[in-house]
Design a protein around this ligand. Structure first.
Ligand code: SP5
Ligand code: ZN
Length: 351
């Protein structure tokens, strides 16, 4: 299947993560996308450059407040001299305008770039540097380009997106995500096919941003299998089975830490069956490969064969399909894991 790609991913280097106030190295690195690309090139994949999409593609899933902020965040931070004083070369929030502060009225946009960051970021780990906006925008363009190809009906397409997207909501960024690539792909599939779209998220973490974006939309089904937030895992506050969306259009299947192929594949099959029963006519697979045993960001223990089997299960739906890259942080393994998932999907479609 075509692999849609943008060189601009490399202009985003978050330069680490600030976690509990400590600067840690972080795992969402430019080398991730390069490792996946190298493995798919070895497998003989055809690469297609992402096409710049109109702003409508962005605003189908994001408020202008967030996109206007992100587009200027680095320049404003740099312009205020913050890399020199106090010596912070990434945009980092320090103050979060909790709704309880405001007696129901909306906060004004803060004048200081230091405060403004907390108005749009919901964590301290998702840092903005000089090329972050260009890369995030290119990742969304990549996903939407792939969705356009898949909607033509000549087979599935894979969007090799970085930075990832499924934690970004309509109006806030976090979880290493800035713009929601999978959601933008779903919106494009919806527009081009007119069909009900299912987003099936098999990243190790709950796809909270995608859930929130489509919560009220019964024409976009959102399902996610992930490590149980109730066992202490990101995104902590969301991803519980009780979150069913308006009209039951959302489905969460949390798994215990340590769960492996059997439990995980049963959940993937459950989500696939649910999408089929509910009349999905097009599919987005939010493909995180961080559920693999050995990934540093999750305690799930899925194997490479498990990813291949998940691909087969989802391919067997036989729908116009776009696969969008989300997480996956074990640099030595992620290329192979993605390849297995994509080959499994192609096998499932042929079967
Ligand atoms: C797209 C995606 O997979 N995002 C996952 C973001 C989860 N990051 C949670 C990080 C939680 C703190 N990690 C501390 C690591 C200490 N070694
Ligand atoms: Zn993840």
């Amino acid at each position: 299947m075509p692999v849609v790609w943008s060189d601009l991913h490399g202009s985003h280097d978050p330069g680490g993560e600030i976690w509990v106030g400590v600067h840690t190295p972080g795992t969402e690195l430019p080398a991730r996308a390069d490792a996946i690309r190298a493995e798919l090139a070895d497998a003989g994949a055809a690469f297609v450059d992402a096409e710049r999409q109109p702003d409508e593609a962005l605003h189908a899933v994001h408020d202008a407040g967030l996109t206007d902020y992100l587009a200027r965040a680095w320049e404003d931070w740099n312009g205020a001299g913050l890399p020199d004083d106090p010596g912070q070369d990434r945009v980092v929030p320090y103050l979060f305008p909790d709704p309880s502060l405001f007696s129901g009225f909306p906060p004004t946009i803060a004048a200081s770039p230091t405060a403004r960051a907390g108005q749009f970021a919901y964590d301290t780990m998702t840092l903005v540097g000089p090329g972050t906006w260009e890369a995030a925008r290119a990742a969304l363009d990549t996903a939407v380009t792939a969705a356009g190809l898949a909607a033509r009906g000549d087979g599935p397409a894979y969007a090799l997106t970085r930075p990832p997207g499924h934690h970004a909501t309509r109006s806030a960024f976090g979880g290493s995500c800035y713009l929601n690539n999978s959601a933008a792909a779903a919106a494009r599939l919806r527009r081009d096919t007119g069909a009900r779209v299912a987003v099936i998220d098999i990243d190790a973490h709950h796809g909270n941003g995608t859930q929130a974006i489509f919560w009220d939309d019964s024409e976009v089904l959102t399902g996610s299998v992930h490590v149980d937030p109730g066992a202490g895992w990101f995104p902590h506050f969301l991803g519980f089975a009780s979150e069913t969306g308006r009209d039951g259009s959302n489905r969460n299947l949390p798994l215990a830490p340590g769960a492996g192929d059997d439990a995980w594949l049963a959940a993937v099959a459950e989500l696939a069956g649910w999408a089929r029963e509910r009349g999905a006519g097009a599919l987005v697979v939010a493909l995180g490969v961080d559920a693999a045993a050995g990934d540093p960001e999750s305690p799930l223990r899925v194997s490479a064969n498990g990813y291949r089997a998940a691909g087969r299960e989802l391919g067997d739906l036989g729908l116009p399909t776009v696969v969008v890259q989300e997480g996956g942080y074990d640099l030595a393994a992620i290329g192979r894991l993605v390849r297995e998932a994509l080959e499994g999907l192609e096998e499932g479609m042929r079967a």
